[in-house]
Design a protein around this ligand. Structure first.
Ligand code: SIN
Length: 522
């Protein structure tokens, strides 16, 4: 298959880019490859919303910039912050034109919520299912765009680079070009080589390197695994954001999110004994930035030995809660949680990767013709800790910039060289899946026990040694097996875990979400 634009991922970043690229290049063909159903992505589970300056009386671009820089704890790229905050306003209005609905008052003003680290109400939302609504609107528009094709239940095995064309290994830092990707249709077992002039990685987050995450099970760091193996630069992987308030349940896996907007509406964090504790840690209390709140909860849980803290919602009017947070309300009620009398049991859970595939302001990675945006990309916006609800904004702004870059590349790029087919002659389907499930659990255990909210030099050393063994076992399994979705995901998970650990060892100062108890805080 030979096309102009290949998009990997169908969250807000991939879909926005696909639409813009298709509209700017009506004669070109855009293919969006996505691993699961068309709307399954981290975007779909975003509750809070989009941080954007819509109220120019109480808010300002400068104030949003300052809040982002403060949350990022000195590691944001200020130029990128300015670009995202300024351009985000126009991008948000485009989203409205594509049919996304955001909550408005009877007077027709956007209702703006508050989240941690914001000094004013700035978060535009669609109740507590903002991401779901965005996906609906984007997909609806895409279904009416004839030069975009969606390939669902397709898993990208590897990017096609000079390594495949010239049959030689490629080293980090060498000029390398991306020519598309090898893609597994895991329902039929077919492997397609999709050659493309421009490839975009918009494949989302890495939450499943941990046992507990707010991310769906598909968030296995695929784009980062692909980029890492293709020798693109991957940066700031040590900065994993844990969301302070995931719903506590006595089981591992995807954790239901209790949006920070609930704290923004007045909920308080308390120990099981009913003691409010956040003011001991930060004068902003429950609305301190996420790194501070998550670490405070972690500390309290270690002191008390409890499994969770409580989010006391008794200060929020019941009708207001039901109107603003219907999804959270029904989810809790279905589980028998008495939201207003007893509070919601919550714990921190892996939520967002602040680092990722390094890009410049045009969305270019260090590989020619390979772009990245959304959670899998490191643009410099988030620094050491992402400000709440800045990620959907970043995805919109960089999807637009990537579409401009891709259009320019398409115009200046000649025919794609012929791409060799995927070679799996002689490989066999593993007779049993136990090795894959075991290795996946082992990676998650190592990361959850040693590379979580609080790290130490010793824990990182143990994690590094364990992952080296796992890495070589998994590679050996990959070398002799026909590829399956589960094996491909495992290969990506171990690559991402390894990058997180190695970059955590290199990080010698505590900043934002990164905390190693053997280091000084700057
Ligand atoms: C939330 O609703 O608390 C999550 C929003 C975000 O991660 O930015």
């Amino acid at each position: 298959m030979e096309i102009d634009f290949l998009v990997i991922g169908s969250g807000i970043a991939g879909l926005t880019y696909a639409l813009k690229t298709a509209q700017a290049n009506p004669a070109a063909q855009v293919i969006v490859v996505t691993k699961s159903d068309e709307n399954e992505s981290n975007t779909k589970y975003a509750q809070g919303g989009i941080a954007v300056v819509l109220n120019k009386v109480e808010d300002s671009i400068e104030q949003h910039i300052q809040d982002t820089l403060r949350a990022g704890d000195g590691l944001c790229d200020e130029e990128v912050v300015r670009v995202v905050v300024e351009e985000g306003i126009e991008r948000f209005h485009e989203l409205l034109q594509w049919g996304a609905n955001f909550d408005k008052s009877e007077a027709g003003e956007f209702i703006l919520g508050r989240e941690g680290g914001h000094t004013v109400n700035r978060v535009a939302s669609h109740k507590d299912i903002t991401g779901y609504e965005i996906e609906r609107a984007l997909l609806n528009t895409i279904h009416n765009t004839s030069n975009i094709k969606l390939l669902t239940h397709h898993f990208v095995i590897d990017l096609i680079t000079d390594h495949h064309l010239q049959k030689r290994s490629v080293t980090l830092g060498e000029e390398t070009t991306c020519y598309g990707a090898y893609v597994l249709d895991y329902k039929t077992g077919d492997i397609k080589n999709i050659a493309a002039k421009v490839t975009l990685l918009a494949s989302g987050g890495v939450g499943n390197v941990y046992k507990n995450t707010t991310n769906p099970t598909i968030a296995t760091g695929d784009g980062i695994g692909l980029a890492y193996r293709a020798k693109a630069w991957v940066k700031d992987m040590a900065f994993i954001q844990f969301h302070p308030s995931a719903l506590y349940q006595d089981k591992e896996g995807q954790r239901f999110l209790i949006s920070e907007a609930v704290r923004g509406a007045g909920a308080l964090l308390k120990t099981k004994q009913g003691e409010r504790f956040m003011l001991k840690y930060d004068e902003r209390g429950e609305l301190a930035s996420r790194d501070i709140v998550a670490r405070a909860i972690d500390t309290e849980l270690k002191i008390s030995g409890d499994d969770y803290v409580l989010l006391d919602c008794s200060g929020i009017n019941e009708t207001t809660f039901k109107t603003k947070f219907p999804n959270i309300y029904h989810h809790c009620v279905d589980l028998g949680i008495d939201i207003f009398k007893k509070g919601i049991p919550v714990v921190p859970a892996a939520h967002y990767l602040c680092g990722g595939i390094q890009t410049d302001l045009t969305g270019r990675t260090t590989l020619k013709n390979l772009l990245a945006c959304g959670e899998c990309a490191y643009t410099g916006l988030h620094g050491a800790n992402r400000l709440a609800s800045n990620s959907l904004l970043e995805a919109l702004v960089f999807a637009h910039r990537c579409a401009e870059t891709a259009t320019a590349i398409n115009q200046e790029t000649g025919p794609i060289p012929s791409v060799p087919p995927w070679e799996d002659e002689g490989l066999t389907i593993p007779g049993e899946k136990v090795l894959i499930t075991h290795f996946r659990k082992e990676v998650q255990s190592v990361m959850s026990d040693f590379v979580s909210i609080v790290r130490s030099d010793k824990r990182l050393q143990i994690a590094s040694r364990s992952l080296e063994v796992l890495y070589s076992e998994i590679n050996e399994l990959y070398r002799i097996s026909k590829l399956s979705l589960e094996l491909g995901e495992l290969r990506n998970l171990v690559s991402v875990a390894y990058a997180i650990v190695e970059q955590s060892k290199e990080q010698r100062e505590n900043r934002g979400v990164f905390f190693n108890r053997d280091l000084e805080t700057h």
